[in-house]
Structures are given as C-alpha cells and as structure tokens.
Design a protein around this ligand. Structure first.
Ligand SMILES: [Zn+2]
Ligand SMILES: [Zn+2]
Ligand SMILES: [Zn+2]
Length: 146
C-alpha cells in the first residue's frame, strides 16, 4: 500500500537537529524556511515559500535553498509542464541523496506527493551510467479520493 510520507520535523529541536546533522550553520532564516517546508505535507514551489515568508531577502532565500539541496535537506522535483517544486528529504539523505520514492501528482488538486515505495526498481542499462532515476505517477490522491 502506498503511504504518504511522514515529514519528520514539526518541532524546532528536530529542525535544528536536521541542520546540525548536515553541518549547516543554524540561522533564524534557515529555520523559518525549513519550517515552511516541513509544515507542508506536499511539495511546494519557490513562489509558495516566498508568499509565506512575506518579507525576505531574495538572495538569502535562493542561497538557503541551494544549500538545503546540496546538503540533502530538500530535493527538487521537476514535473511535466515545467513544474518545479521542493520537498523535504528523508533522514538518510545527507551528502548523497537516496531517493527511493516516487513523485505522485494528483490530477484533481495538483498537489505533488513524495511517496515511499517498498522496492525501488534498479535498472541496469548497459553502456549507460545512471546518475538519478525518477519515477512519476499521476492520478488521484488519498485526500481527493476520500
Ligand atoms: Zn534527498
Ligand atoms: Zn488530490
Ligand atoms: Zn520527493
């Protein structure tokens, strides 16, 4: 059964732990951005983050997101139609991303979910080196089904 991922940091202490474990210096701004990402159960866009921040320095925000991506705090999700979103990474994602999950886009609410799958397929392509493999699925989310 597919399960919606549980984001693991609803508390400041946990967010501080996430930054610490990835050797990211803790700043109020980083915590605020992390909090926005953590409060959403689905992937969010840069625009959504900007909207929620209200007053912020754009360069600082872009640097923060860049650091978060590099250190495995968040990952970028590219969906068809040039849709670019951000979602929190798993605990196991540090310097190297381990994304054993798929991205599910709901055709009804358009939300994008990170969904863990028990056995992420390993594909062997002779003559090709795979750096990253993505699985995307489209349909109706649990929320919209119920
Ligand atoms: Zn990751
Ligand atoms: Zn939906
Ligand atoms: Zn994801």
């Amino acid at each position: 059964m597919l399960q919606k991922r549980n984001f693991f940091c609803n508390f400041v202490a946990e967010m501080i732990e996430i930054l610490k474990s990835r050797n990211i210096r803790i700043t109020d701004f980083r915590l605020v951005v992390l909090d926005i990402l953590a409060r959403h159960k689905t992937a969010i866009s840069m625009e959504q983050i900007e909207e929620e921040l209200g007053d912020f320095d754009r360069i600082t925000l872009y640097r923060t997101i860049k650091t978060f991506i590099e250190k495995g705090v968040v990952h970028e999700i590219l969906m068809p139609g040039n849709v670019k979103k951000l979602a929190l990474c798993d605990d196991g994602c540090q310097d190297e991303h381990h994304h054993e999950h798929l991205h599910f886009q709901c055709n009804s609410c358009n939300e994008i979910y990170c969904v863990d799958i028990p056995r992420f397929p390993k594909v062997n392509l002779p003559g090709f080196k795979i750096d990253r493999m993505e699985i995307q699925a489209f349909g109706t989310c649990q929320q919209c089904l119920s």
